[in-house]
Design a protein around this ligand. Sequence first.
Ligand SMILES: [Fe+2]
Length: 231
Amino acid sequence: MKHIHLDKIKSLEGPPKKVNIFSDKEIEMIKELYQLLPERTYNKKQNVKKKAWEQNYNKELDKIYFNKLREVLGDFKMDNLKSKTGEDLYGLFHESFKPLPIHVDSGFNPEDIIYKQIVTPLAPIGDTVFFKKRWYGRSTTFTVDPEELKFKPKADQNDRSNQHLGEKEFDKEIHKKYLSHLDINNLRGMEIEYIYEWKVGESLIIDRSHIHCASTRIKEKKLGLTTFTKK
Ligand SMILES: [Fe+2]
């Protein structure tokens, strides 16, 4: 799959942007909502707990969240799958105990005009590493493991690919400092665009097409909220 409206998607792209849109109180409300929500998946292999932001648990907060995103993003639609009752989910909470591998959240529908991804840290220690390379196929996890590459995804699961690879050896210092959980061969040809150091109270807005992963720096666990949007 390849996105059809590539020109449109690219015209909406820009550099990563940090914003302070939520007050301390609102961050607390988001954390409380997280406690309230039912657990959705627990991926043992990646050691990540996920919960989806379902509407109507805290209607006031639903409104605040949507309106604040609207202020910084302009017109957008949510693109985080739907709840059982067919309502838009407002994001996914990730509680990870181990850094996430290299991937892209570029979506599953070739007709969609993918837009921005908003990352809101809810617990302090961690980084998200963004690479220069972009991807306009389906959401994909990048790997050099031949067994992993055989994986056949279902409709809502990531592809597996090694098509991110290039020629140039990856910077050994950066690998050691931030990405030692990854096989350095899985970073061949990749260059860093931006390393976002998590800070509670901030949100990061980035394009959906950016290939990214978590850094090694996790202190016990890392809790964040990610919202995917489209036009
Ligand atoms: Fe991601």
